[in-house]
Write a protein that binds this ligand. Structure first.
Ligand SMILES: *[C@@H]1O[C@H](CO)[C@@H](O)[C@H](O)[C@H]1NC(C)=O
Length: 125
């Protein structure tokens, strides 16, 4: 099982809601596939949130990214999410674990774990 302490460490390092709210400022284009754990969470082919693969079957993201009516697809292996790239893997979510104390429109406990269906393998490019 996932250790609660490791999730808390990641929480301290990354403020997901802030990143989602304001976008990225002053960033540089990363070397393609140098961050294989970074995920794009998409609904009907549109990027809604970023996420991070923290185990081969778990993606960490923010709770506010969950849509009550539509499923999220996890896209891994992308360099440019605006393109259809052969390296991209689309993975379905098996289970949504929203933090039990999260409430919509609140900033506290804005964290969610997605258990994904297929095991993601990082293939060399
Ligand atoms: C990503 O792809 C789109 C569409 O082809 C292009 O307009 C954009 O410049 C690309 N972005 C990067 C960072 O390569």
């Amino acid at each position: 099982m996932l250790q609660a302490t490791s999730i808390i460490y990641v929480l301290l390092l990354v403020n997901f809601s802030e990143a989602a709210e304001y976008g990225i400022t002053g960033g540089k284009v990363a070397k393609p596939h140098s961050r294989p754990y970074m995920a794009s969470l998409q609904i009907q082919g549109h990027h809604v949130c970023g996420g991070m693969l923290i185990r081969k079957d778990y993606v960490l993201t923010a709770a506010h990214c969950k849509d009550c009516y539509q499923d999220i697809t996890v896209v891994l292996g992308a360099h440019n999410i605006s393109k259809k790239e052969g390296s991209q893997q689309r993975i379905n979510v098996k289970k949504y674990h929203v933090h039990p104390q999260f409430e919509a429109n609140q900033f506290e406990y804005d964290i969610m774990l997605l258990k994904v269906t297929s095991i993601y393998t990082i293939c060399p490019h």
